[in-house]
Write a protein that binds this ligand. Structure first.
Ligand code: PA5
Length: 462
């Protein structure tokens, strides 16, 4: 199981001004946390609570459908191209980057065991899109359009470009190269997919985009690239079994949620840095940034009071960011909590040859790259605590489906608990919708004329 080490957030290590008396805080909050966890699990089956993602580890239905489809298209495609944005892309990107062999797309087909390459277009940069279109053989590409709402401008524009190109190239057969993942009933993409006869998968009701990684949104790309999704769901279930525990002293998601909440509200540390010491986990930091930011950044609490909430998530990667952001983390304002993710055992080992005797680098020879990254994580943690900066560490024994399932699910529950501590609705994103509507207006969508005029006027002043 993954573990959480919270020692370096404690006042005994980093002093009272910057650390928490964790034993005392856990004791103070134990009833509140027990109530939160009880409420969370009591509400998870109630439609409208936004908590259906808590049931995904137990549902075999989606696994069955995505596996069936993957076996039908086995060996047909060299590339999977995922079109999506935000929660419709980040989970898939994070998990495939973690679980597929690094540089997957550069490996030969044999080295990929016959599975396709995978590309994510989660932005609308014309240069990037055109370049990708130049290198992909579309006849061998399966395009997975993912949008829960079915009308997200970025994703639908990408889809329109791809549909047109596929049709030009493949004639009527283009439909076999498009699959969609969208709402069961509503949305324009659902409508189009019925008219066009695409194979369609469902983003279940009551699962918001950023909590959808374990629906077909993620599971389909995972299975298509050969990832063992049973291991992932097993990891989720086993993590869920431990996170049901209402005892804060035994519940790592509750501990991390409370620590982050108190660091923000009590000690003014309103920035949370997610810092995996592993390149394979770097997009998990991106995924977490969205999860934490969209869930907790709210202008209004559930009791109606208007107090802006949320701590700002920042991505960092060890050891890379030791040479970029660490100067600020150490010496800058003490307004952050640093969340390391450490890997127990890397898949491979790499020795550093003993080829130089210079004092400045000779010590590296005979050690491993594994020793080096671990030593850097250890020393950075000590150095942060020297500067009285709070650090918590999530320890993942290995990067495999089982533990990645645990990690992501734990972070989802942590976010939900933090939402309840802040007393906000962690499952909506009103200002994302506002920006969406502004885009519709500027791009001339019917029905948005009035706001387009107001917007144009405002644009002259901002
Ligand atoms: O978490 C969310 O709800 C958002 O980030 C959405 O995933 C994002 O806006 C994309 O939405 P959609 O899947 O409807 O295209």
């Amino acid at each position: 199981m993954i573990e959480l080490d919270v020692k370096s957030a404690d006042s005994t290590v980093i002093g009272e001004e910057n650390g928490l008396n964790l034993a005392e805080e856990f004791e103070n909050y134990k009833e509140k946390i027990a109530q939160i966890i009880t409420d969370l699990y009591a509400k998870k089956d109630i439609q409208g609570e936004g908590l259906q993602w808590m049931n995904l580890g137990y549902s075999q239905e989606t696994s069955w459908y995505v596996k069936e489809y993957a076996s039908l298209v086995e060996n047909r495609f060299d590339n999977i191209l995922v079109l999506g944005i935000g929660g419709s892309a980040l989970g898939g990107l994070a998990v495939t980057h973690a679980l597929l062999k690094p540089y997957w797309n550069l490996l030969s087909k044999e080295e990929r065991n016959g599975f396709p390459r995978i590309f994510f277009l989660d932005n609308i940069d014309p240069d990037q899109m055109n370049s990708l279109l130049d290198i992909l053989d579309l006849s061998k590409t399966l395009v997975n359009v993912i949008t829960k709402s079915g009308d997200t401008a970025e994703t639908m524009a990408q889809y329109m470009v791809l549909k047109d190109k596929l049709e030009q190239q493949l004639g009527d057969d283009y439909r076999k190269n498009i699959i969609v993942t969208t709402d069961r009933k509503t949305g324009i993409l659902r409508q189009i997919s019925e008219q066009e006869g695409y194979k369609a998968f469902v983003v279940p009701d009551d699962v918001g985009g950023r909590f959808s990684v374990f629906t077909a949104v993620g599971l389909l790309p995972f299975v298509l690239t050969g990832i063992d999704i049973d291991q992932i769901t097993l990891g989720i279930r086993e993590m869920d079994a431990t996170l049901k525990n209402t005892n804060i002293f035994e519940n790592i998601a509750a501990q991390n949620a409370l620590i982050h909440y108190l660091m923000d509200t009590k000690l003014g540390k309103n920035i949370t840095v997610m810092m995996p010491y592993s390149d394979r986990l770097k997009y998990i930091a991106d995924w977490f940034v969205q999860l934490w930011a969209e869930s907790l950044g709210k202008s209004r609490r559930l009791d109606g009071s208007k107090t802006p909430t949320g701590s700002t998530p920042v991505k960092a990667v060890g050891a890379t960011d030791q040479h970029a952001q660490m100067q600020l983390f150490n010496e800058g304002p003490n307004n952050k909590i640093i969340n390391f993710i450490r890997v127990g055992e890397f898949d491979t080992q790499l020795e550093i040859p003993q080829i130089f005797q210079y004092t400045g680098i000779g010590y590296l020879g005979g050690k491993t790259i594994n020793d080096l990254i671990n030593a850097e994580a250890d020393s950075t943690k000590v150095s942060l605590t020297d500067y009285s900066k709070p650090v918590v560490t999530i320890k993942i024994p290995k990067i495999d489906g089982y533990h990645i399932g645990q990690l992501l699910y734990m972070l989802e529950i942590q976010t939900a608990i933090a939402g309840m501590l802040y007393n906000v609705n962690a499952f909506n994103q009103p200002s994302v919708s506002q920006a969406r509507n502004y885009t519709y207006a500027l791009m001339g969508r019917i029905g948005y004329e009035e706001s387009a005029n107001a917007l144009r006027e405002k644009m002259l002043t901002v």
